[in-house]
Design a binder for this molecule. Sequence first.
Ligand SMILES: *Cc1c(COP(=O)(O)O)cnc(C)c1O
Length: 370
Amino acid sequence: MIPYLDLTILHAGIRSELDAAWNTVLDSAWFIQGEQLAAFEKEWANYCGVNSSAGCANGLDALRLVLEAWKIQGKLKPGDEVLVPSNTYIATWLAVTQAGLIPIPVEPNPDTLTVEAVGLEEKISPRTRVILPVHLYGRIAPMPEIMNLAESAQLLVLGDAAQAHGASWQGKKTGAWGHAEAFSFYPGKNLGALGDAGAVCSSDEDLIRLIKTLGNYGSEKKYHNLYLGFNSRLDELQAAILRVKLRELDEWNRERLNLADRYLMGIQNEFLRLPADAPAGQHVWHIFQVQTLHRAELQLYLQSAGVGYMIHYPIPPHQQPAYAKEFPGQTFPISESIHAHTLSIPLFPGLEIEKQDIIIQVLNQFTPKL
Ligand SMILES: *Cc1c(COP(=O)(O)O)cnc(C)c1O
């Protein structure tokens, strides 16, 4: 059996550094808001090419805290509209809804699967305040045109970079494009903690300070509360682990790119639609997905061939029971088609070439009977 994802190989290579990081925190006996977090926030901001970053508890909170901070700054008010992709993980939408704002779905480009300026522009209304592009599956959205549109329409841009650590456009990385960008360090992401963690990046240092305050009960000074805050902090153990793993991120992303190139060259099957290629750097291949009209059959076939797979994602947000009431009768055909046909195959640092060749061979021999 070839698993969809195996983190043991990746951790084995840095096991002694992870152990040392863990022990440093244990020995310090300081677990929340200490040196490790401060150092990681600096290193992460530096990596992304921004002035500052704020750690928080997870990717959903990272998105939400930006929106809450913009409300406090008077840039947003409840009921304002946020343009979101119609195809994304539900967290993108939940952050908007939980902040009292209205998600307005925008269909993606069917080749790149990210939103772009043309689709976004059509959905701008007098109540639109924010564009929330997602760098889906590791591919950075076309940020130069999105930032131009935002400037001419006077909108804020919040990037969802939960799947795209290190992806760049014209050399400028995710985290540095939007007015703020949010990251998740969920274990399976390109940069993952050993539990939940997240961060916001921005060159607006006031915003980052406000987000740190909001994530710490709205208090800058202990037991003095300026805002109705949250408890959303990145703890010292996770920060120490992330500092070790950050040193490997570029190498891991190179390995992902190499594996993706081998899939793009090697998979040749008229029943499988491969993802569009992208210049090096613009895609960090968090997920390699193929699309097929015969997905149920492909799933059974992969199960019997012993190849792991996942579906990202089976149901689009507007059709989830949680949201169905708010989008009655609305259809987003591009998103619905992606969700109905997509299937993700194994791609992770440490996946051996021999195993990848088996996966390629298995996929090339897939012939649907129905
Ligand atoms: C993982 C993910 C999130 C949420 O991150 P968590 O850390 O799980 O809260 C948000 N958006 C996208 C696109 C994601 O893939």
